[in-house]
Design a protein around this ligand. Structure first.
Ligand code: NAD
Ligand code: ZN
Length: 345
């Protein structure tokens, strides 16, 4: 089969002929039809410090995917050959305290598909049946390929009720844009999104943001002025990993405001802790997706709202055949993109 592989401990990737993965008794084998490129894949291609310290080549990379189930192990009864599905890319241990309590997203021994074991940028991927999420047969395959990042956005957005709240999102990457769509869907009053890219801020407006702020020219205080807000934002979703974005957010929260942080910092940053403490601001880190309540919630939003579906679909801005993976990675790296999809069909 074709597989996009990190062959050795150096920068670069290769599209190779690779043996098909075997399907164990509890596993499911999926023919990949579409896959999404994530920042993680760019780190793996570039072979940066994080990649070096995390990955043991050779490895088939990729973890955002949609496909068709072509084989199931002899113990598997929950899904069937022919089902269309995506997969949760975090494989959990099942035995740690958190797993046994049903809090699988905080498993202490998580393995990542396409990071710690062979992934989905290939004709076939194998994963445990418990990680498979079956879609309605008529779901758009491109949408199926972005359930993983949509799940990151949904997990972040589900931390607190949003009805009537003023919501600020820092970072209009694909996940920040999808978070704006969720905040709109979930009944926020105002949704404000910041980024340094006008291209990406337009995607955020199309997803339902009321006001967008280009941080190279404006700050979140300008959004408060535009909207006539007097008390600050109630809920923040940090989707950039950038220290200045977090500082600007904290400066513009209402007292008692709540912030969920998904964005992973490239380096540590200072914060005005005095403000966090005296304004009683809650900060909560977010990782992955809840298994599988997040998957349930996003599936139902996609299934029941045409407006939500189109707000999320427009985040997919580029599609390439798998053979043109180099062009796809270049598009993803450029920043003038939303989600970039590889077509493996
Ligand atoms: P992305 O890199 O495509 O988007 C980040 C955006 O932040 C970019 O558009 C960038 O222009 C913008 N940005 C940079 N500095 C900014 C600033 N000062 N103010 C406002 N915006 C600024 O990433 P993505 O794929 O959308 O993911 C969002 C974040 O979530 C990334 O940091 C990613 O690493 C992280 N992530 C975390 C998890 C998790 O489980 N915690 C999972 C997936 C992704
Ligand atoms: Zn565990």
């Amino acid at each position: 089969m074709r597989a996009l592989t990190k062959l050795s401990a150096d920068p670069g990737l290769e599209l190779l002929d690779h043996p098909e993965p075997g399907c164990g008794a509890w596993d499911v084998k999926i023919r990949v039809l579409r896959a999404g490129i994530c920042g993680t894949d760019l780190h793996l291609a570039d072979w940066d410090d994080w990649a070096r310290s995390t990955v043991d080549p050779p490895l088939v990379i990729g973890h955002e995917f949609y496909g068709e189930i072509v084989a199931v192990g002899e113990k598997v009864t929950s899904v069937a050959v022919g089902d269309r599905a995506s997969g949760e890319g975090h494989i959990v241990c099942g035995t740690c305290r958190n797993c046994r309590a049903g809090h699988r997203h905080v498993c202490i021994a998580i393995e990542g598909l396409g990071v710690n074991r062979d992934g989905a940028f290939a004709d076939f991927v194998v994963l445990p049946a418990t990680n498979v999420w079956v879609h309605p047969a008529d779901l758009d395959p491109d949408l199926g390929a972005i359930f993983d990042p949509l799940g990151n956005a949904t997990h972040t957005a589900l931390q607190w009720p949003m009805v009537g709240e003023d919501v600020v999102i820092t970072g209009a990457g694909p996940i920040g844009v999808m978070a704006a769509a969720i905040a709109r869907h979930a009944g926020a009053r105002y949704v404000v999104v910041s980024d340094a890219s006008d291209y990406r801020l337009e995607l955020a407006r199309n997803a339902g943001a009321d006001v967008t702020i280009n941080v190279t020219r404006q700050s979140l205080a300008d959004a408060q002025d535009t909207l006539g807000m007097k008390e600050g934002f109630d809920i923040g979703m940090e989707m950039s990993g950038a220290g200045p974005a977090v500082s600007d957010m904290i400066s513009n929260m209402n007292h008692g405001g709540r912030i969920a942080l998904l964005g992973l910092p490239h380096q540590s940053y200072d914060l005005d802790w005095g403000k966090v403490i005296t304004h009683m601001i809650t900060l909560k880190g977010i990782y992955g997706r809840e298994m599988f309540d997040t998957w349930y919630a996003m599936s139902q939003m996609i299934a029941t709202s045409e407006r939500f579906r189109s707000a999320v679909s427009q985040v997919i801005t580029h599609r390439f055949p798998a053979e043109q993976w180099e062009d796809a990675f270049e598009a993803a790296r450029s920043g003038r993109c939303g989600k970039v999809i590889l077509d493996w069909s």
